[in-house]
Design a protein around this ligand. Structure first.
Ligand code: ADP
Length: 306
């Protein structure tokens, strides 16, 4: 099982004194899936744009070290990775400042055809993973390219997997709604965070009825410490399962909770487990991640899950 991701990874500056790491929603999921997938016959490719600068080279090396295939990366000359600064106030509340408008990733679809489009057209990948942020960073013509790519992939009987991560700094709700409405008909597995869904769509229509409207076959609704909800549509029948989250007494940092949950779910589900067992496993992966600071926990902390 080969999974291709498209998204953006940025340089993160955080802590006191400032520490430099790398972060981004799709990259977090790709990295955890690469770790969890190694013993489950799942391989991961990460498609993004990087520059020729030192940070871009370091990022690529770090991903190779995590067994992520980097052959789908486009080198965008004269551009570099985006940057964000995380500031934490006295109450532990975090605020994010971004410098990402002109990052290399936003230029991924600037060539007539991208490496990702070529690879998918050649049937090299079973699944394509995108998030709301993957769409939001692109200009409209690149967004259309991504939609066409997702449609073709879905029409070939492969899986399109979508996480609804919403960043209001990148676009407004009505733009997000417009592009999500275009993409959702091609989505095979939707991993939705309830809070983000509300922020985009409001409360007039339930998530469930929206997913039904777009006939999404498999939907996982992440609800923090509450049980997640898995909705499976098969032969015009809809089955709903609630799966309780792991009990975590001491939450240290919920950064990448949803991203790691997605990786946990997919590592089990794409290797043939039931949706309930996959959700249970996803909760246990996220539970480890939220008991450590930062998005990426040391490999040793998740040894028992590998
Ligand atoms: P996101 O990070 O996308 O906002 P959620 O907040 O819904 O997503 O969290 C994703 C997953 O992380 C949950 O489904 C659960 O497995 C885990 N999680 C988050 N917060 C807690 C918590 N307080 N206790 C236990 N698990 C949690």
């Amino acid at each position: 099982m080969k999974v291709a991701f498209f998204g953006e990874c940025m340089v993160e500056l955080s802590g006191e004194p400032l520490r430099r790491t790398f972060g981004g929603d799709t990259l977090n999921t790709a990295l955890y899936l690469a770790r969890l997938g190694r013993n489950r016959d799942i391989s991961v490719s990460y498609a993004t744009g990087l520059g020729e600068d030192k940070l871009s080279v370091e990022m690529k090396q770090a991903w190779n070290d995590e067994y992520i295939d980097t052959s789908l990366i486009e080198t965008v000359s004269g551009k570099q990775p985006g940057l964000y600064l995380v500031e934490t106030d006295a109450n532990g509340e975090r605020t994010f400042l971004y410098w990402r408008n002109d990052s290399a990733a936003t230029y991924y679809f600037d060539n007539v055809v991208s490496k990702l489009e070529v690879a998918l057209a050649a049937n090299q990948h079973d699944a394509l993973y995108l998030s709301g942020i993957s769409l939001a960073i692109l200009n409209n013509s690149a967004k259309e390219r991504m939609l066409t790519m997702a449609k073709h992939h879905h029409d070939r009987g492969k899986k399109v997997i979508f996480d609804n991560n919403f960043r209001p700094q990148l676009w407004n709700r009505s733009d997000a709604q417009k592009w999500y409405e275009k993409l959702l008909p091609y989505v095979d597995i939707a991993l939705l965070t309830e809070d983000d869904d509300r922020e985009i769509w409001g409360t007039e229509e339930s998530i469930e009825s929206r997913c039904e409207r777009f006939e999404i076959p498999e939907v996982v609704i992440k609800r923090g410490c509450e049980p997640c909800k898995v909705i499976i549509r098969e032969d015009n029948q809809i089955n709903t399962h609630f799966v309780a989250a792991s009990k975590v007494a001491n939450v240290i940092d919920t950064c990448a909770a949803g991203d790691s949950f997605a990786a946990g779910y997919l590592s089990a589900r794409l290797s043939g487990q039931s949706c309930e067992l996959s959700a249970e496993f996803a909760h246990s992966v996220a539970a480890i991640v939220i008991q450590h600071p930062g998005a990426i926990v040391p490999l040793g902390a998740m040894d028992h899950l590998l």
